[in-house]
Design a protein around this ligand. Structure first.
Ligand code: 4AD
Ligand code: MG
Length: 477
């Protein structure tokens, strides 16, 4: 006998006299039909039990969530809903799941409830589909870069520098929190700490990735990043994964082309490789839509939305144009924005981003050339002296998906910007060296992986697209 996965058996064209399968019971109907799932696919395989010749105590143990081992014959299905099924010849319960205790019963559970049971939630169709998509998306990302001549670089997770300059970092320290060593003027003496300096979990691998771009040419990082911002929103995590390509001799338009091509590639990849999961999630969303008032319903289904992004150009709009559009927009004039747009130079809030993408352009938008003083120190200053070569890519339903820029490659300009922001040169001496020796135009961006998974799966809360979300006041599991 050979052990198969559900996926393998469902794609068998031939009848097989002897198959073996292990999985978890999804449902057991009429003391006869087991819907069995092993995670290999969204679909279950039906296993037909000969209940008349099966011990009653054994039948009682076939409950939702139980792990079982089945041997039998794969035949064409007699019933509707599946092509093949297994006629069970022997059945073992490997692990019981008592119905009075097992939380994941075959009924509709709220996502809040499932979040509290995140260790078991991938036993539901929705979460297993989301996580298979997450896995294949990350494979597609590596494949894209590998196929396009990029090298994968592992940037450090513990770092001494604040790449984004936002100061929202998690400290990494071995000092005694109750009684830390102090300097003469009473500050905590980090020279006595493990690394001999203050260190944190990284907010971005970009600065280190730049060093490799300036030697290996085309590189990317794809790893966890950490932000201690206290934003309890459906789009923020304290620990999330970021994809950051960095390319030497590439300018901002090249950066936009790369981001657009890359995103279209990974969306195409999952449409081709995860169709059943996407079909399931699309149906889930359609059902959810039916419960909403007409005005709030989406005009596109999940798969239509993915195809729309693949088939259409992203709109490229400068910050200055965007401000004009927003200033003259209906919600601004009718004072519907919480943060009204009055002057050039303000940072855009998510209400503004959503207006641009969802109401005005109705497609992904690349906003570029932002005011220098709302963006990080490393972005290249434009000749106007007040904007930088930044780009943000905004997606419908998500808002900011990508943040990137052409980097400031001129030593003197970079030093001036750092001085203006009180960033000590000693801290980033190695970063400045890149501008001293063989400097060149280079660019890159960061894509928030979970926001991409949200877009692809149609999930509306970022906590539902990462296995074990870390958010303020929450690090369970
Ligand atoms: O815009 P950000 O802060 O850009 C950077 O970190 C640059 N160093 C990237 C680069 O140029 N190499 O973050 C990039 C993306 C955002 O657009 C967003 O998608 C995601 O990371 N992101 C978050 N995702 C989940 N939770 C959070 N708290 C996030 N903060 C940023
Ligand atoms: Mg950003």
């Amino acid at each position: 006998m050979q052990l198969y996965s559900v996926l393998e058996l469902l794609h068998q064209d031939n009848k097989l006299p002897e198959v073996e399968i292990k999985g978890w019971v999804r449902t057991f109907r009429a003391n006869r039909f087991i819907a069995l799932n092993d995670g290999s696919t969204i679909n279950n395989i039906q296993c037909v039990v000969d209940f008349e010749n099966t011990d009653e105590t054994l039948l009682k143990r076939i409950t939702t969530g139980a792990a079982i081992h089945i041997k039998g014959e794969l035949v064409e299905s007699q019933g509707k809903g599946q092509n093949v099924e297994i006629i069970v010849s022997s059945l073992d319960v490997l692990g019981d799941a008592h119905p009075d205790e097992y939380p994941i019963q075959p009924k509709k559970h709220s996502f809040e409830f499932l979040r509290e049971n995140a260790h078991l939630r991938t036993r539901t169709s929705t979460f297993s589909a989301v996580m298979r998509l997450r896995s294949n998306l990350s494979f597609a990302i590596h494949k894209y870069f590998n196929d396009n001549g990029f090298y994968y670089m592992h940037t450090p997770i513990i770092t001494g520098s604040d790449a984004e300059g936002a100061g929202e970092m998690f400290r990494v320290s071995k000092l005694d929190a109750k009684n830390p060593p102090l300097t003469e003027n009473g500050a905590i003496d980090y020279s006595k700490d493990f690394f001999g300096k203050e260190t944190n979990l990284t907010v971005s691998g970009q600065l280190e990735a730049e060093t490799y771009a300036m030697s290996l040419g085309k590189v990317y990082t794809f790893g966890p990043t950490f932000r201690a911002e206290n934003s309890n929103t459906s789009r923020h995590l304290s620990e999330f994964w970021m994809i950051e390509p960095e390319v030497a001799f590439m300018d901002l338009p090249g950066n936009m082309d790369l981001a657009e091509d890359f995103m279209k590639y990974v969306l195409t990849y999952v449409l081709e490789h995860n169709r059943e999961d996407l079909d399931f999630l699309e149906q889930r969303l359609l059902n959810e839509e039916k419960t909403k008032p007409q005005a709030e319903r989406n005009d596109m289904s999940l798969i239509e939305k993915l195809n729309f992004v693949i088939e259409n150009n992203f709109m490229r709009v400068s910050y200055t144009e965007a401000i004009d559009i927003l200033r003259n927009s209906k919600p601004n004039k009718k004072k519907k924005f919480k943060y009204p747009i009055e002057e050039w130079g303000v940072d855009l809030q998510s209400e503004h981003e959503r207006f641009l993408v969802e109401k005005h352009f109705k497609c992904p938008v690349i906003l570029f050339d932002y005011p220098a003083n709302i963006k990080a120190f490393y972005m290249r200053l434009n000749d106007d002296g007040k904007t930088v070569r930044a780009m943000d890519i905004l997606f419908p339903g998500i808002g900011e998906m990508v943040g990137g820029s052409q980097r400031e490659e001129r030593l003197e300009v970079l030093k001036e910007k750092m001085a203006a922001l009180n960033i000590p040169e000693e801290e980033l001496w190695w970063y400045l060296d890149l501008r001293k020796y063989g400097t060149a135009v280079h660019s890159g961006f960061g894509l928030g992986f979970e926001r991409l998974v949200m877009f692809v799966t149609g999930m509306s809360n970022i906590r539902d697209v990462i296995p074990f979300p870390r958010t303020p006041q929450n690090a369970e599991f």
